[in-house]
Design a protein around this ligand. Structure first.
Ligand SMILES: *[C@@H]1O[C@H](CO)[C@@H](O)[C@H](O)[C@H]1NC(C)=O
Length: 255
C-alpha cells in the first residue's frame, strides 16, 4: 500500500469516531424528523435557560461548551445586555412616577450584572466544569472583575435621577472589602446600601436570602421600582419589585 493510502486510513480512523459522537448527539434531537445542527441544539438550550424552562443545571452540556463560550464573548451578548438595560431606562422614563423623597430604590445584583465573571469562567469551560467555590472566591479576592459597561451606564443614570441604589449580592461577608474595592475601581460608587450574605444566610437558598433582604428594604419604607439581575433567584419571590429585568447568563444557575 502506498504512503498516501496509509495516511488516508489513519486519518479516517481518527475522524470517524468524532463524527459518530457528534451524530449521536444530533440523532437524539431528530426523533421527530427535524434535522438540526449542533448550533440549533445549543441555541435552543441557551434560549430555554433564559426562559426559565431549564432550571437547576449544574454544568453547561459538554457539547455546548464551545457555543456558550463564543456567546459570552460575542457582540450578541453585549447587544442582548444593552437591550435589557435600555428597557430599564424606557420603563424608568415612561412608567415610574419617582417621588424623589429619598425612598425611590433600585436593586442590582453584583456578579454578571455589575461585574463580569466571564474572565473566571473562561478558565472553567464557560460553566462546563462543576463550580469550585474556593477557586471562584480566590479569583474574586483579586478584585479584577471588569464592569459590564451597559450596567454601569444604567447605574449612573439611576444615580443622576436620585434613585437610591441597593446592591444585594450572594457573595459572602468575607469578600466585602475586596468587592467594594473592585466595584469602585471600575466606576461604581455612591450606592445607598450593599448587602452580603452572612454565615446564617448561607444555610438558606439565595432566593430566600434575597427576598428576606427585600422585605427589610420595604420595611424601611423604600419603594423598589426595579431589580436588574442575571438570575431568577434575584428577581423572583415576595416582596416583588414593580418590575424586574433579567440579563443573559447561560454559564451557571443559582437557586
Ligand atoms: C478547588 O480549587 C482549589 C483552589 O484553586 C483547589 O486547591 C482544589 O483542589 C479545587 N478542588 C477541586 C475539587 O478541584
Amino acid at each position: 500500500m502506498g504512503k498516501a493510502l496509509w495516511c488516508c486510513l489513519v486519518f479516517a480512523c481518527l475522524l470517524i469516531p468524532l463524527a459518530v459522537a457528534d451524530w449521536n448527539i444530533l440523532k437524539q434531537q431528530t426523533h421527530d424528523g427535524l434535522k438540526i445542527s449542533l448550533k440549533n441544539y445549543c441555541e435552543s438550550w441557551r434560549m430555554n435557560v433564559e426562559l426559565h424552562n431549564i432550571r437547576e443545571f449544574q454544568v453547561v452540556p459538554e457539547e455546548c461548551i464551545e457555543y456558550i463560550g463564543k456567546y459570552v464573548k460575542s457582540t450578541q451578548y453585549k447587544v442582548d445586555s444593552q437591550r435589557a438595560t435600555d428597557e430599564c431606562l424606557v420603563y424608568l422614563s415612561t412608567s415610574c412616577n419617582l417621588k424623589k423623597d429619598g425612598l425611590d430604590a433600585w436593586i442590582f445584583d453584583v456578579d454578571d450584572t455589575l461585574l463580569s465573571t466571564v474572565p473566571y469562567y473562561k478558565n472553567n469551560l464557560y460553566g462546563g466544569k462543576k463550580l469550585n467555590v474556593t477557586s471562584l472566591e480566590e479569583w474574586m479576592s483579586k478584585g479584577n472583575a471588569p464592569a459590564l459597561d451597559h450596567s454601569l451606564k444604567l447605574y449612573n443614570e439611576l444615580k443622576s435621577r436620585g434613585v437610591q441604589i441597593i446592591l444585594v449580592t450572594a457573595r459572602k461577608e468575607h469578600l466585602r472589602s475586596v468587592t467594594i474595592d473592585n466595584l469602585v475601581k471600575v466606576g461604581y460608587y455612591g450606592w445607598t446600601k450593599i448587602v452580603f450574605r452572612d454565615p446564617a444566610d448561607e444555610l438558606i437558598s439565595v432566593q430566600q436570602y434575597k427576598t428576606d433582604v427585600r422585605r427589610q428594604i420595604v420595611n424601611y419604607g423604600y419603594r423598589i421600582w426595579g431589580i436588574l439581575g442575571d438570575q431568577y433567584s434575584s428577581i423572583e419571590g415576595t416582596p416583588s419589585p414593580k418590575r424586574a429585568f433579567k440579563l443573559p447568563n447561560p454559564m451557571y444557575y443559582v437557586a
